[in-house]
Design a protein around this ligand. Sequence first.
Ligand code: SF4
Length: 939
Amino acid sequence: MTLDRLSPGSGLQAFPPPEKWDDWREYDPKQWPRRVEKRYMLVPTICFNCEAACGLLAYVDKDALRVRKFEGNPLHPASRGRNCAKGPATINQIHDPERILHPLRREGRRGEGRWRRASWDEVLDEIGGRIRAAFREGRRNEVMYHVGRPGHERTMDRILKAWGIDGHNSHTNVCSASARLGYALWSGYDRPSPDHAHARFILLLSSHLEAGHYFNPHAQRIVEGKLAGAKLAVMDPRLSNTASVADYWLPTYPGSEAAVLLAMAKVILDEGRADLAYLERWTNWRHYMADRHPGGELRFDSFLSELKDHYREFTPELAEAESGVPREKIVEVARLIGAARGAFASHVWRGSASGNLGGWQVSRALQLLTVLTASVGTPGGTSPHGWNKYKPVFWEEPPGQKQWNDLLFPKEWPLSHYEMSFLLPHFLKEGRGRLDVYFTRVYNPVWTNPDGLAWVEVLKDEALVGLHAALTPTWNETAVFADYVLPMGMAGERHDIQSQETQDGRWVSFRQPVLRAARERMGESFRFTYEANPGEVWEEDEFWIELSWHIDPDGALGIRRWFESPYRTGQKLTVADYYRWIFENAVPGLPAAAAAQGLAPLDYMRRHGAFLVATDVHGLQESPVAVPAGAARDRATGLVTAAGKAIGVEIDGKVVAGWPTPSRRLELFSPTMKEWGWPEEALPGYIRSHVHRSALDAAKGEMVLIPTFRLPTLIHTRSGNAKYLNEISHRNPVWIHTTDAGRLGLRTGDLVRVTTEIGYFVNRAWVTEAIAPGVVACSHHMGRWRLHEGEGSRWAAARVSLQETPEGGWLMRQLDGLGPFASADPDSRRIWWSDGGVHQNLTFAVHPDPVSGMHCWHQKVVVARARTPDRYGDVFVDTRRSMEVYREWLGKTRPGPGPGGLRRPLWLDRPLRPAEEMFLIKQGGAASRPPDPPRAPAK
Ligand code: SF4
């Protein structure tokens, strides 16, 4: 017998050819050495284990109607058939014997660990009725949806706008708020899209080859770029796997990165390596000069001289003193970046931007290098994400909500990017509001966020949170404190559209419930996806449609109409309707490509899983703009406005689109920063971090803890139930340099107590030269815990006790480690590892950056040998102290409103954008309060 992958003459095939996906044959590896043939239907879907949205191919056993494995989808334009370890591990997640298979309703007190099985009807009736009552009583902002991993494009925007609530909360401020704000201030786009594959020089702040943003698609293209001759530099205090293969490792002291980047900019400017023609054409230097010299002549040469003068202090010597990186190396890299003119690709997402006070100036300083080298939106350069990311539109868009929720966008952070999500418990404790219905969805703030015990205190308080529904694919530390635990699908168990800016090009991909898709291809039909999924695991799309009909059963609230079919008037929307309409009407080129194969667009996506919408997307800022009658042109700056809004910029006699900023140029100078109270930060700059050396008390032995680095094999909460991944990675020791270990008398494996400003955790030391002296690091992926049997994954989570101490603190102690257990999966008896790591985030106070709102993750800590009665895994936290630290950081803010009584600049985006009048403090007319005068710079 010959099988498809081993056909004589065709050689070993990397991927099954798509024409054979309906009936693919392979030998069953478990039967080896017997040659037992298996027949599969191969169904494409998208990985849900990180944000990259790589393609997967599910192997559905046609006899057992069971998914046997996931491999890569060769038709996916970004991942091209390749995955990291987490992609194929999806099979563990869907077959995990400990997964939640049915809706659960709390019995007893919240967090007590007593549950009963509920029906989906019960869930919809209770939650729908409760939301209906809140809406009828004018309490719309008491309903909140809080998401960790979205995994879709614009879906929840549409749903929550249809509900008319300002209730979208996200995890952005514990993830990427700082980097995003820095990018947004430049161009209006809050993410970079580097074209690594065609770059001449690549600079990464953090470890993108192994664990960074868009990990697998970026890693492939970084390697391609290197093979084509690009040089790679990595800024990271830790010798990551990426740094180890870089041409230049710059082990910058945490928080010093912007100083190094500005020193590089100075080298490029001073040595004549900048593209001055680009700088003159595309930056808003005229606005800078007009601001600094009102009424003066706007001369570019004068601007250039002032710019050089502005950065004169950022010498390589200063950069070396701040970062510890030798000045010669900084100059060498700067010259290579200058020489890469037009093809300099770079990326920062978390890392230094998310770790430090003022981290938003890191991405701003990095983008300065991109602008100086004219590498914005070029082949081999760094584009704005919006050029390379597909976003769907709908047959009808609900209007912006007439609400503004101060629990999300409070006055203290008018420039936050975005919702002040991790401060929700602190706001609730302060009495700023309450929640009647709170959804957490693929979100685990108790474990993921800083100050998780503040979350526990609030979630246990029914006066503050009336009903908590946790929509989650797995047990997590937050779901334990829910009223309903609602099981939602993994990668191959749900529908979503996803697209990311992973490369030079734009693509769209389709996640689908693979068993439902396979069985429908075989002729079956289903009303709901949970009928085909394991147990009653549902998918959000159908859940939200049903819930919306339960909220507004007769249409009286004006909600139901948004959840009716575009094809069948008055009938309930189905997932097939939803995706059919988008693929037929809103993906350029897809209908024609589908027709060429004799398929409808939806069927094409069901069979291919992805579609390449565009390639070679460059230079869009030069797109011509049709100027409406009555438009105004500013002679000095070229800005073209219509109805008071900037629509383009006139350059060389032509009106072109430019960038979505107030000036339509790249805003090297930010009038927004000046007008909103931060004049000293109007240009890319360097803010000394809260962990700057000068902020550490050497007498106390304070060091910096980097708690943010990822492991390539784990992803936050969801990998907890992937046995392959936990077998590979199950420890997160504290990295400590040999000199520091020598000073403290520590050896690898010794127990250490790491003391933060609100508590401590006890972990083991790992003595290494792969971390800068004075810095310690601990991966944030481990230390999963469970309070009660049946409420967590025993592959990863240690059982703990959690007790309030007489002094008002909390002590968590591991009761036992990991070990074999009996289950339907024989592998659970073979667990050989006993360690699940230590949870450090509980011991971190909140550090909201006063501008971006980002939680500044890095910690000042004291590391010492553990003392009696410390035990491995101990965590102690004082939540009274954590509230004090919150208030200290609150005191750093410069509250709104801003010019014209605005809560937030109109041009800066925000999720779930409300109706424009809601941006004004006073609705129904222009606010009368003039903008506050600029405050004295905080030093
Ligand atoms: S990088 Fe890995 S985890 Fe992320 S989507 Fe791709 S395969 Fe999945």
